[in-house]
Design a protein around this ligand. Structure first.
Ligand SMILES: Nc1ncnc2c1ncn2[C@@H]1O[C@H](COP(=O)(O)OP(=O)(O)OP(=O)(O)O)[C@@H](O)[C@H]1O
Length: 228
Protein backbone atom coordinates (compact mmCIF):
# COMPACT_ATOMS: atom_id res chain seq x y z
CA UNK A 1 0.00 0.00 0.00
CA UNK A 2 1.51 3.34 -0.98
CA UNK A 3 1.54 6.18 1.51
CA UNK A 4 1.59 9.87 0.73
CA UNK A 5 2.99 11.51 -2.40
CA UNK A 6 2.79 15.25 -3.06
CA UNK A 7 4.36 16.84 -6.10
CA UNK A 8 4.64 20.63 -6.33
CA UNK A 9 1.53 21.15 -4.23
CA UNK A 10 0.18 24.55 -3.27
CA UNK A 11 -3.00 25.38 -1.38
CA UNK A 12 -4.47 28.82 -1.84
CA UNK A 13 -7.10 29.95 0.67
CA UNK A 14 -8.59 33.36 -0.03
CA UNK A 15 -5.72 35.30 -1.53
CA UNK A 16 -2.98 33.51 0.47
CA UNK A 17 -0.84 30.56 -0.52
CA UNK A 18 -1.12 28.74 2.79
CA UNK A 19 1.00 25.89 1.43
CA UNK A 20 3.57 26.46 -1.30
CA UNK A 21 5.34 24.03 -3.58
CA UNK A 22 5.30 21.01 -1.27
CA UNK A 23 6.94 17.88 -2.63
CA UNK A 24 6.88 14.85 -0.34
CA UNK A 25 7.06 11.11 -0.59
CA UNK A 26 6.29 9.35 2.68
CA UNK A 27 5.99 5.65 3.23
CA UNK A 28 6.54 5.42 7.00
CA UNK A 29 3.64 4.03 9.03
CA UNK A 30 3.70 6.83 11.62
CA UNK A 31 4.49 10.40 10.56
CA UNK A 32 4.67 13.43 12.87
CA UNK A 33 4.08 16.92 11.47
CA UNK A 34 5.71 19.68 13.50
CA UNK A 35 6.20 23.42 13.10
CA UNK A 36 5.29 26.80 14.52
CA UNK A 37 1.77 28.17 14.90
CA UNK A 38 0.40 29.25 11.55
CA UNK A 39 3.07 27.42 9.53
CA UNK A 40 0.52 25.31 7.63
CA UNK A 41 0.39 21.98 9.51
CA UNK A 42 -3.40 21.82 9.82
CA UNK A 43 -3.76 22.78 6.18
CA UNK A 44 -1.47 19.89 5.26
CA UNK A 45 -3.57 17.55 7.44
CA UNK A 46 -6.77 18.81 5.80
CA UNK A 47 -5.24 18.36 2.36
CA UNK A 48 -4.42 14.71 3.12
CA UNK A 49 -7.96 14.18 4.45
CA UNK A 50 -9.58 15.69 1.35
CA UNK A 51 -11.00 18.61 3.36
CA UNK A 52 -9.08 21.19 1.34
CA UNK A 53 -8.09 20.88 -2.29
CA UNK A 54 -4.71 21.65 -3.86
CA UNK A 55 -4.72 24.67 -6.14
CA UNK A 56 -1.59 23.36 -7.86
CA UNK A 57 0.35 20.12 -8.08
CA UNK A 58 -0.49 16.46 -7.61
CA UNK A 59 -1.72 14.78 -4.42
CA UNK A 60 -1.89 11.03 -3.82
CA UNK A 61 -2.97 9.59 -0.48
CA UNK A 62 -2.90 5.78 -0.27
CA UNK A 63 -2.53 5.98 -4.05
CA UNK A 64 -5.83 7.90 -4.33
CA UNK A 65 -6.53 11.26 -5.93
CA UNK A 66 -8.48 13.11 -3.19
CA UNK A 67 -10.62 14.94 -5.75
CA UNK A 68 -11.42 12.24 -8.28
CA UNK A 69 -11.59 9.44 -5.69
CA UNK A 70 -13.09 11.46 -2.85
CA UNK A 71 -15.60 8.82 -1.72
CA UNK A 72 -12.92 6.11 -1.53
CA UNK A 73 -10.62 8.48 0.37
CA UNK A 74 -13.37 9.29 2.90
CA UNK A 75 -13.94 5.57 3.39
CA UNK A 76 -10.28 4.78 4.03
CA UNK A 77 -9.08 7.87 5.89
CA UNK A 78 -10.30 8.86 9.36
CA UNK A 79 -9.75 12.35 10.73
CA UNK A 80 -9.43 13.33 14.39
CA UNK A 81 -9.29 16.96 15.50
CA UNK A 82 -8.25 18.53 18.79
CA UNK A 83 -11.70 19.65 19.87
CA UNK A 84 -13.70 16.55 20.80
CA UNK A 85 -16.97 18.52 21.09
CA UNK A 86 -16.87 19.25 17.37
CA UNK A 87 -16.73 15.54 16.57
CA UNK A 88 -19.74 14.28 18.51
CA UNK A 89 -22.97 14.07 16.54
CA UNK A 90 -25.29 11.60 18.26
CA UNK A 91 -27.01 11.75 21.67
CA UNK A 92 -25.55 8.62 23.26
CA UNK A 93 -22.07 7.15 23.27
CA UNK A 94 -23.07 3.91 21.50
CA UNK A 95 -25.17 5.78 18.90
CA UNK A 96 -22.28 8.10 18.20
CA UNK A 97 -19.94 5.20 17.44
CA UNK A 98 -22.61 3.43 15.37
CA UNK A 99 -23.08 6.63 13.34
CA UNK A 100 -19.56 6.11 11.95
CA UNK A 101 -20.77 2.89 10.30
CA UNK A 102 -23.92 4.36 8.75
CA UNK A 103 -22.65 4.13 5.18
CA UNK A 104 -21.26 0.58 5.49
CA UNK A 105 -23.31 -2.17 3.95
CA UNK A 106 -22.53 -4.94 6.44
CA UNK A 107 -25.40 -6.60 8.40
CA UNK A 108 -26.75 -4.80 11.44
CA UNK A 109 -25.62 -7.60 13.78
CA UNK A 110 -22.04 -7.30 12.53
CA UNK A 111 -22.12 -3.52 12.95
CA UNK A 112 -23.39 -3.94 16.53
CA UNK A 113 -20.57 -6.33 17.30
CA UNK A 114 -18.02 -3.89 15.93
CA UNK A 115 -19.47 -1.04 18.00
CA UNK A 116 -19.36 -3.14 21.17
CA UNK A 117 -15.77 -4.26 20.49
CA UNK A 118 -14.65 -0.68 19.81
CA UNK A 119 -16.32 0.67 22.96
CA UNK A 120 -14.63 -2.07 24.94
CA UNK A 121 -11.23 -1.35 23.44
CA UNK A 122 -11.40 2.36 24.33
CA UNK A 123 -12.69 1.72 27.85
CA UNK A 124 -16.11 3.18 27.06
CA UNK A 125 -18.26 0.03 27.37
CA UNK A 126 -19.70 1.10 30.73
CA UNK A 127 -20.64 4.48 29.26
CA UNK A 128 -22.42 3.11 26.16
CA UNK A 129 -25.87 4.42 27.15
CA UNK A 130 -24.62 7.73 28.56
CA UNK A 131 -25.26 11.10 26.93
CA UNK A 132 -22.23 11.75 24.76
CA UNK A 133 -22.31 15.47 25.53
CA UNK A 134 -22.01 14.79 29.27
CA UNK A 135 -18.64 13.03 28.94
CA UNK A 136 -15.45 14.67 30.14
CA UNK A 137 -13.09 16.14 27.54
CA UNK A 138 -10.81 13.09 27.73
CA UNK A 139 -13.73 10.68 27.42
CA UNK A 140 -15.05 12.66 24.44
CA UNK A 141 -11.70 12.38 22.67
CA UNK A 142 -11.65 8.63 23.35
CA UNK A 143 -15.17 8.53 21.86
CA UNK A 144 -13.92 10.38 18.77
CA UNK A 145 -11.11 7.83 18.44
CA UNK A 146 -13.58 5.01 18.89
CA UNK A 147 -15.73 6.42 16.07
CA UNK A 148 -12.67 6.68 13.85
CA UNK A 149 -11.29 3.21 14.57
CA UNK A 150 -14.58 1.36 14.32
CA UNK A 151 -14.45 2.10 10.59
CA UNK A 152 -11.09 0.27 10.34
CA UNK A 153 -9.37 3.09 8.45
CA UNK A 154 -6.15 2.56 6.51
CA UNK A 155 -4.93 6.04 7.48
CA UNK A 156 -5.70 8.16 10.54
CA UNK A 157 -4.98 11.88 10.25
CA UNK A 158 -4.93 13.35 13.75
CA UNK A 159 -4.59 17.12 14.17
CA UNK A 160 -3.39 17.86 17.71
CA UNK A 161 -5.56 15.10 19.18
CA UNK A 162 -4.11 15.51 22.68
CA UNK A 163 -4.22 19.32 22.86
CA UNK A 164 -7.15 19.60 25.30
CA UNK A 165 -6.36 16.54 27.38
CA UNK A 166 -4.75 16.09 30.77
CA UNK A 167 -1.48 14.13 30.93
CA UNK A 168 -3.14 10.75 31.58
CA UNK A 169 -5.74 11.04 28.83
CA UNK A 170 -3.17 12.49 26.43
CA UNK A 171 -1.03 9.42 27.04
CA UNK A 172 -3.99 7.06 26.51
CA UNK A 173 -4.98 8.73 23.24
CA UNK A 174 -1.38 8.78 22.00
CA UNK A 175 -0.87 5.14 22.92
CA UNK A 176 -3.98 4.10 21.01
CA UNK A 177 -2.92 6.06 17.94
CA UNK A 178 0.65 4.80 17.91
CA UNK A 179 0.20 1.20 19.00
CA UNK A 180 -2.33 0.10 16.40
CA UNK A 181 -0.37 -1.22 13.44
CA UNK A 182 -3.48 -1.78 11.31
CA UNK A 183 -3.39 1.79 10.03
CA UNK A 184 -0.98 4.51 9.04
CA UNK A 185 -0.88 7.69 11.10
CA UNK A 186 -0.23 11.33 10.29
CA UNK A 187 -0.01 13.17 13.60
CA UNK A 188 0.11 16.97 13.76
CA UNK A 189 1.45 17.88 17.17
CA UNK A 190 3.18 20.53 19.25
CA UNK A 191 4.14 17.79 21.71
CA UNK A 192 7.70 17.07 20.62
CA UNK A 193 8.01 14.03 22.91
CA UNK A 194 5.03 12.55 21.12
CA UNK A 195 6.53 13.46 17.74
CA UNK A 196 9.67 11.54 18.77
CA UNK A 197 7.60 8.38 19.03
CA UNK A 198 6.77 8.46 15.29
CA UNK A 199 8.95 6.81 12.66
CA UNK A 200 9.35 9.94 10.53
CA UNK A 201 8.81 13.65 11.07
CA UNK A 202 7.98 16.48 8.69
CA UNK A 203 8.88 20.09 9.50
CA UNK A 204 6.54 22.76 8.13
CA UNK A 205 7.90 26.30 8.09
CA UNK A 206 6.16 29.32 6.63
CA UNK A 207 3.86 27.36 4.33
CA UNK A 208 6.27 24.79 3.01
CA UNK A 209 7.93 21.55 4.06
CA UNK A 210 11.56 22.23 4.85
CA UNK A 211 12.74 18.91 6.24
CA UNK A 212 11.69 15.27 6.37
CA UNK A 213 13.55 12.58 8.29
CA UNK A 214 14.20 10.94 11.63
CA UNK A 215 12.19 12.77 14.33
CA UNK A 216 15.22 13.61 16.49
CA UNK A 217 16.96 15.28 13.53
CA UNK A 218 13.87 17.17 12.35
CA UNK A 219 13.05 18.33 15.89
CA UNK A 220 16.65 19.50 16.37
CA UNK A 221 16.35 21.63 13.21
CA UNK A 222 12.99 22.97 14.39
CA UNK A 223 14.28 23.87 17.84
CA UNK A 224 17.45 25.44 16.44
CA UNK A 225 15.26 27.86 14.46
CA UNK A 226 13.11 28.97 17.40
CA UNK A 227 14.21 32.31 18.92
CA UNK A 228 13.80 31.16 22.55
N1 LIG B 1 -9.56 29.53 5.28
C1 LIG B 1 -8.45 30.27 5.35
N2 LIG B 1 -8.32 31.42 4.63
C2 LIG B 1 -7.20 32.16 4.69
N3 LIG B 1 -6.12 31.83 5.44
C3 LIG B 1 -6.20 30.72 6.17
C4 LIG B 1 -7.34 29.86 6.17
N4 LIG B 1 -7.11 28.82 6.99
C5 LIG B 1 -5.86 29.00 7.49
N5 LIG B 1 -5.33 30.14 6.99
C6 LIG B 1 -3.99 30.67 7.30
O1 LIG B 1 -3.05 29.72 6.88
C7 LIG B 1 -1.93 29.71 7.75
C8 LIG B 1 -1.67 28.28 8.19
O2 LIG B 1 -2.74 27.85 9.01
P1 LIG B 1 -2.74 26.39 9.66
O3 LIG B 1 -3.97 26.30 10.51
O4 LIG B 1 -2.54 25.39 8.61
O5 LIG B 1 -1.45 26.47 10.58
P2 LIG B 1 -0.93 25.49 11.72
O6 LIG B 1 0.51 25.26 11.46
O7 LIG B 1 -1.80 24.32 11.84
O8 LIG B 1 -1.08 26.41 13.00
P3 LIG B 1 -1.35 26.04 14.56
O9 LIG B 1 -0.13 25.35 15.05
O10 LIG B 1 -1.52 27.39 15.17
O11 LIG B 1 -2.60 25.21 14.62
C9 LIG B 1 -2.25 30.68 8.88
O12 LIG B 1 -1.61 31.90 8.62
C10 LIG B 1 -3.75 30.82 8.80
O13 LIG B 1 -4.15 32.08 9.24
Amino acid sequence: MSGIALQGVSVRLGDTDVLRDVTLSLDARTIAVVGENGSGKSTLARLLSGLVVASDGTVRVLGLDPVRQAAELRRRVAVIFSNPDAQIVMPTVAEDVAFSLRTEKSPRSEKNERVIAALDRFGLADLAARSSHDLSGGQKQLLALCGAFVRRPDLVVADEPTAYLDARNARRVADHLLADTSHRLVLVTHDLELAQRCETAVLVQDGTVTEVGAPEQVIATYEAGIPW
